[in-house]
Design a protein around this ligand. Structure first.
Ligand code: FAS
Ligand code: PHB
Length: 396
């Protein structure tokens, strides 16, 4: 089989890239390890930056998001013993963000792929990448097993969109590039319940730990609380979760939290991870395949979108204009935004969580930092700009 771009992974990065390329007449094949049902079963992100909304509009999959998504003018922060305060992203940086679940984006991307006849091969095994080092005379290919038969796709480029546990990043020759990693000493217990949500996406720093209120639809709330790494979902029955969640919110908000049976419950560890570079020869990494951020800044999905915007547009320049400058600069361009989001997520994680190793000084410094944020319009504007999403750079 031959194609122009072989895309490994049918998560948001892979499917947004396939959609963008198709809009410019560039052919791709998407390989996915799981079934479509499995991919659609993963509860993931919920907050879309302006640049992600713009990309979804550009690639023609924003119609249902425009109808069913919820635009927000800012985000609320609460700190034990204080009034919560609103970080107004419209008043400070003129930007909104949209609450629309990643699962919904995935459904919209799959539907668009089906409508255009995208070749998406799921349930593949033993995916391997070959000859992508751009040595003269060598052309990249990807091989895989499907129902026990080994297949091969000859291509011009390989897009590694296969997430943190995928094969693409690991296919880079040993010693190429470097990785930066930080594992946080706690996890997030996430709960989905068919109950009305709080009006604002609200982050809480409380002596009992971090908490977050978000949602997916009018009667589909998504809550998180910080839990010790060793906790398991079984340790958190609903009758323990709801009182703990409310204990962490300020009284005026806690009384508005509606309880109900959880329909999904999971614990995710928090880590920061960046692999540099995000390209090697004719292999390009997008999304979680290259970087992971703690969900505190709601950046993971949004970084996948910005990587796709950069790589997709660079590939269009290659095929349409024979111009490879943007492709050659992809990793550097994408990494500037990746590190900006990694820093934002790291900073918010440090600001809003209770760390087991904190000394009284560390704790006091965290409280003073939050106080400074509440009192300084400049600090608030900086946070608003980072949360609502930095603009994309123009391609070189
Ligand atoms: P994905 O991991 O979504 O997709 C990669 C795809 O590649 C998967 O479908 C996988 O099955 C496939 N794959 C893997 N190996 C393969 C192989 N060898 N061959 C073929 N296919 C292969 N982000 C936020 O912004 N906010 C959040 O609240 C948030 N919560 C999260 C909670 C959890 C538990 C996790 C794990 C992530 C969360 N994220 C969140 C981040 C998440 O949304 C990712 O950033 C987003 O899914 C990135 O998309 P992709 O890069 O496409 O990677
Ligand atoms: C979510 O809606 O799942 C969500 C919102 C904000 C975050 C993380 C997750 O920072």
């Amino acid at each position: 089989m031959k194609t122009q771009v072989a895309i490994i992974g049918s998560g948001p990065a892979g499917m947004m890239l396939a959609q963008l390329l198709a809009r410019h007449g560039i052919e791709s094949v998407v390989l996915e390890r799981q079934t479509r049902e499995h991919v659609l079963s993963r509860i993931r992100a919920g907050v879309l930056e302006t640049t992600t909304v713009e990309l979804l509009r550009e690639i023609g999959v924003a119609e249902r998001m425009e109808r069913e998504g919820h635009a927000h003018d800012g985000v609320r922060l609460a700190f034990a013993g204080r009034e919560s305060f609103f970080v107004d992203t419209v008043k400070t940086v003129g930007k909104r963000f949209v609450v629309y679940g990643q699962i919904e984006i995935q459904k919209d991307l799959y539907a668009a792929a089906e409508a255009r006849g995208q070749l998406l091969i799921d349930r593949v095994e033993a995916v391997a990448l070959h000859d992508f080092d751009a040595a003269p005379g060598r052309r990249p290919s990807v091989s895989y097993l499907r129902d026990g038969v080994r297949e091969r796709i000859d291509c011009d480029f390989i897009a590694g969109c296969d997430g943190f546990h995928g094969v693409s990043r690991r296919a880079m020759p040993p010693g190429v590039g470097r990785k930066y990693e930080k594992v946080y000493p706690f996890g997030w217990l996430g709960v989905l319940a068919r109950v009305p949500h709080l009006p604002d996406v609200t982050y809480v720093n409380h002596p009992r730990g971090f908490a977050l209120a978000s949602y997916r639809a009018d009667r589909l709330s998504r809550y998180y609380i910080q839990v010790p790494l060793e906790d398991r979902v079984e340790d958190w029955p609903d009758e323990r979760f709801w009182p703990e969640l409310k204990a962490r919110f300020p009284e005026d908000l806690a009384v508005r939290i509606v309880e109900g049976p959880s329909i999904e419950k999971s614990i995710a560890p928090l880590r920061s991870y960046v692999h540099e570079p995000m390209q090697y020869g004719r292999l390009f990494l997008c999304g979680d395949a290259a970087h992971i951020v703690p969900p505190t800044g709601a950046k993971g999905l949004n970084l996948a979108a910005s990587d796709v915007a950069y790589l997709g547009r660079a590939l269009v320049r290659h095929y349409r204009d024979g111009d490879d400058r943007a492709l050659a600069a992809y990793s550097d361009t994408a990494l500037r935004r990746v590190w900006s989001s990694v820093r934002t997520s790291w900073s918010l994680t440090n600001l809003l969580h209770r760390f087991p190793h904190f000394t009284p000084f560390d704790q006091k410094a965290q409280e003073v930092e939050l106080d400074f944020l509440m009192r300084s319009p400049h600090a608030l504007a900086a946070l608003a700009e980072q949360y609502a999403g930095m603009p994309l750079e123009p391609l070189p």
